[in-house]
Design a protein around this ligand. Structure first.
Ligand code: ZN
Length: 160
């Protein structure tokens, strides 16, 4: 069975950046289970997996634009520290939920100074070229329940 829209796909993967640093991996965990063709994984990886079948391994280099997008410096802001409510100890790398005109947004603290903090609304992997090593473990039809829920069930998927 080939990977096409609506199939449940289980993959083992390792994700590295261009400096060969591992960003994420399914090693030691269950494979990742997703429903193909509905945007559950990044577009570049979904494109590369289409038409492949169980047992295949592939290396996929995905430019940032096809991954988590380019960095947008307009999403970086320096705000008064007093504007962060109810925050205890702040540290660079911490994520906060921020309210703005577009609604709630997750931002990462990148810098802390005496009176100000710098926050970055970019996805942590925005602007990062991604390299995936993928092994396809399973390809199967989605059950009616999975299709209705819009996600895969069982190992690597949702349990509920
Ligand atoms: Zn479900």
């Amino acid at each position: 069975m080939q990977i096409s829209t609506g199939k449940v796909v289980l993959i083992d993967y390792t994700l590295t950046d261009n400096q060969n640093q591992t960003i994420d991996s399914s090693e030691g965990r269950e494979p990742l289970a997703y429903i193909h063709g509905i945007g559950q994984i990044i577009p570049g990886l979904e494109k590369a997996l289409a038409g492949k079948t169980i047992g295949e391994t592939l290396k996929v280099a995905i430019a940032a634009a096809e991954g988590y997008g380019a960095r947008d410096e307009a999403k970086v802001a320096t705000i008064p520290r007093s504007q962060v409510q109810g925050a205890g100890e702040l540290e660079p790398g911490m994520q906060l939920h921020a309210q703005n005109a577009q609604g709630e947004q997750v931002v990462t603290i990148t810098k802390i100074e005496a009176d100000t903090i710098t926050i970055d609304g970019n996805h942590p992997l925005a602007g990062v070229d991604l390299n995936f090593d993928v092994t396809i473990r399973e390809v199967r039809d989605a059950t009616p329940e999975e299709t209705a829920h819009g996600h895969a069930h069982g190992p690597g998927g949702h349990h509920h």
